[in-house]
Design a binder for this molecule. Structure first.
Ligand SMILES: Cc1ncc(C[n+]2csc(CCOP(=O)(O)OP(=O)(O)O)c2C)c(N)n1
Ligand SMILES: [Mg+2]
Length: 764
């Protein structure tokens, strides 16, 4: 009796024994006939899928073989889940798929069904094994991670963060139907495509999963078409933790708006029939459904996982008895399509092929420098972005006579006199919606109400509910919709109502949005400009949730662009730069709007209207262009000398207004300064700030975010890295949440502190 531990050796031996023991059939079926009475799968199809299943199994064995001599770096396998080959067969190759990490058989089956040239199964195996050995030639992630992904197979790479791809999957389904509804956009998928996403049973419990199920149901309930097929691959375990008996079925079958079907995922025919039926239903009705497949997990969670330590041997034995490969072998032998000896020969041939590929790829070069690793993170083509803005200007100007006049209800913003920040963002969004047909503006309360602060006012009336719409109250879904819509060729501009509410959804930005370039080297892009209302100093609406000043989590996401417009004059060009970067480079941009400045009019004195700014007409957009990562300097000359070389104040957001006010008073007192508005918190305008700091030799950093983890830390580091050797001080908010009412002033920086900091520096 073999040891019950499912090692590669005994899984292999058990398969051989089980196949050898299969009885020859009484009669033979023709390959073109159903493989069994009543089956929809033909013998030929079943054989083809069996090859995909065999390849998948041998990929697991090869991964462990590679691991055994330190040439493989990933051993989470697909053994026991090979039934997902039948799911691939029930779909079309152009149905976008976001796959569970146990989907090698799906990958192989889709590959073999495609029109790609060459030996498709060997090529599929090569892709996967290149991932396992982290080869730089791996076709999607280039050796950065082992993922299933390929643009020409519409397989969108997913991270292994449990369920985090499911909000995006909802967005993909949304994008499939919304894209063709908008004129002037092109979708990578046919109009009748469906989105498919698979995940494990333990993942069903994850917040990202439950929110995706809810969003799918919510959309279905409200009549929005959502062609989404969710596949739960239930092996009964999340690493060592069993899913309680019946829980997954109960959890999945009770979701409003989500059609539920279950099947035996170890049985190729049952899986195919169920997947076919439900996929056809989703395709025809454009409604979401979930297929719950019962599977087994063979060889533990990953290569390093000794499952005997936590699983009773009877349970392991029960899984082994359901080996899906044996099940398909039995089906084929019983149909008389192939003998048990031929099955073993086929198994060995596939094994030999896969091993040969493994030997070929293990010597391939790896990513060899940091520059190679990070190359796909933040592709920036500023000239193309600038040209995109110029083109948009041309289109907007061209529309001026008719559409633009209509969109602005006859009142062109450039003729409306100086505007506030809120009015400027509104006008810029209007022009973006006019000039870029794929743009979508959406979020909580953005459409009917026009935003909590009126920033998106009238946009729905101007552009209709297909392009400007309210979402359900869930930030993860809001971002997930954008991630999917971006892949669908649209340009989403989601709004997060308050910065504090971004934080419970931020993995969609960090783990999903920002990693897409890293894992796909630009083959898939999720262009997106997330508008977030944030930062503190609200006079009327206090407390932490409406005055959140935490941006560290955004600044540390590689490649993410973080813009903070303070002045209306910068708000429009910065938003256009974000939109252009998203369109041209697939950049993920966060455009953080300081709430306290939305309706600000004055700078120094009441009624001076100096904070306002005229809106730039489309003809001036190219000239007004503000490139990503460039600061703006305000020279404030001393009244006496006319020079601005005593002090450099580096700031942004609300700090800019306070600093300009303090600088004016210092100027009156005889000290000239230059106030630098960073404008971009990521990437920081390092060249500009180092140059401006060096010009005076004294730097005051005015940072409204927290002392620990705040922007000021980055500015100080940039100064040091840039070789600044002068004097520097930092004014930053306290390491606290912002309290309600006047107490907020105790923890936030104010003009007094800025003045004191400046005086202390000037005294040196
Ligand atoms: C958000 C998150 N938390 C924890 C993990 C660590 N983790 C990796 S796989 C896994 C179990 C997942 O179980 P299941 O969804 O049933 O998939 P299976 O591996 O069984 O196919 C866990 C906890 C993770 N990848 N992501
Ligand atoms: Mg599981």
């Amino acid at each position: 009796m073999l040891d019950l531990v499912t090692t590669p050796q005994n899984l292999d031996e058990r398969f051989r024994d089980a196949v050898t023991a299969l009885e020859p059939p009484a009669s033979r079926r023709a390959p073109a006939d159903p493989v069994r009475d009543g089956a929809t799968l033909t013998g030929d199809q079943a054989l083809q899928l069996f090859d995909a299943q065999l390849t998948s199994r041998h990929l697991d064995l090869a991964a462990r073989w590679l691991r055994s001599f330190n040439e493989g770096f990933y051993t989470i396998g697909s053994s026991g889940h090979e039934g997902n080959a039948a799911v691939a067969a029930a779909l079309r190759v152009d149905d976008p798929a976001l796959l569970h990490y146990r989907s090698a058989a799906f990958y192989c089956a889709r590959f073999s069904e495609s029109e790609l040239p060459g030996d498709r199964l060997a090529d599929a195996a090569r892709d996967v094994l290149r991932g396992v050995v982290a080869s730089a030639q791996e076709p999607i992630a280039g050796g950065r991670h082992k993922v299933f992904g390929r643009a020409d197979l519409q397989i969108i790479p997913t991270t292994s963060t449990i369920a985090s791809h499911l909000p995006r999957a909802v967005g993909v389904a949304f994008g499939i139907t919304r894209g063709p509804a908008l004129k002037g956009t092109t979708s990578p998928w046919p109009a009748d495509a469906i989105a498919v996403a698979s995940f494990g049973d333990a993942s069903v419990n994850h917040a990202s999963a439950t929110t995706a199920f809810n969003a799918a149901g919510w959309y279905d309930h409200s009549g929005t078409k959502l062609p989404l097929l969710l596949i739960c691959e239930d092996n009964g375990l999340g690493i060592s933790v069993p899913s309680p008996e019946g829980w997954v079925a109960a959890a999945l079958s009770s979701r409003p708006g989500l059609r539920y079907t279950a099947a035996d995922g170890c049985d190729l025919l049952a899986t195919y029939d169920a997947a076919r039926e439900v996929a056809d239903w989703v395709r025809e009705h454009r409604r979401p459904a979930v297929l719950h497949l019962s599977m087994v997990r063979l060889m533990g969670h990953a290569g390093s996982d000794a499952e005997v330590a936590y699983r009773p041997s009877a349970e392991i034995a029960a899984d082994l008895a359901r080996d899906p490969l044996v099940s398909t072998a039995k089906l084929l032998v019983e149909a008389g399509l192939i003998s048990s000896e031929e099955i073993i020969t086929r198994y060995d041939e596939v094994g030999w092929q896969v091993r040969k590929v493994a030997e070929e790829v293990l010597g391939e070069p790896k990513l060899a420098t940091a520059a190679e690793v990070i190359a796909p993170l933040a592709p920036r083509r500023p000239l193309r972005a600038a040209r995109t803005i110029a083109d948009a200007a041309g289109r907007a100007a061209g529309a001026a006579s008719a559409l633009r006049m209509q969109a602005f209800a006859g009142k062109l913003p450039e003729l409306a006199g100086p505007l506030t920040l809120a009015q400027t963002v509104n006008a810029t969004l209007t022009d973006a919606l006019l000039a870029m047909p794929g743009t979508l503006v959406y979020g909580e309360d953005v459409a009917r109400k026009g935003g909590v602060y009126g920033v998106t006012k009238n946009l729905r009336d101007r552009f209709g509910p297909d392009r400007v719409f309210d979402t359900l109250l869930d930030e993860t879904t809001i971002l997930g919709l954008g991630l999917g819509a971006g892949l669908a060729g649209l340009l989403p501009i989601p709004e997060i109502q308050y910065l504090a509410y971004l934080h419970n959804a931020e993995d969609q930005l960090r783990g999903e949005a920002a990693t897409m370039g890293f894992f796909s080297q630009g083959a898939f892009r999720n262009p997106m400009v997330v508008r977030v209302a944030g930062l503190a100093y609200q006079q009327s609406f206090g407390g932490h949730f409406h005055n959140d000043n935490a941006v560290a989590v955004l600044r540390d996401v590689p490649g993410l662009v973080l813009a903070v417009p303070a002045r209306p004059a910068d708000a429009a060009p910065m938003l256009r730069s974000c939109l252009a970067a998203a369109a041209v480079d697939g950049s993920v941009c966060v455009y953080l709007e300081p709430i306290a400045l939305y309706h600000t009019r004055d700078l120094h004195e009441q009624g001076d209207n100096e904070w306002l700014s005229p809106y730039a007409a489309p003809t001036s957009w190219p000239a007004d262009h503000v490139p990503i990562g460039r600061a703006r300097t305000y020279p404030i000359p001393a009244a006496t000398s006319g020079e601005s070389d005593d002090l450099t104040i580096i700031t942004f957001g609300n700090g800019l207004r306070m600093s300009l006010r303090v600088a004016a008073r210092l100027a009156a007192a005889g000290y000239g300064s230059r106030v630098v508005d960073l404008r971009w918190l990521s990437p920081l305008p390092t060249a500009d700030l180092v140059r401006e700091a060096a010009a005076t030799g004294r730097v005051l950093i005015v940072d409204e975010t927290r002392r620990s983890g705040g922007v000021g830390e980055g500015v100080l580091a940039a100064l040091v890295d840039g070789g600044f050797v002068g004097a520097a001080r930092r004014i930053a908010s306290a390491d606290s949440f912002v309290p309600l009412g006047p107490a907020a002033q105790q923890v936030l920086i104010g003009e007094d502190a800025i003045t004191q900091g400046a005086r202390a520096l000037l005294a040196r």
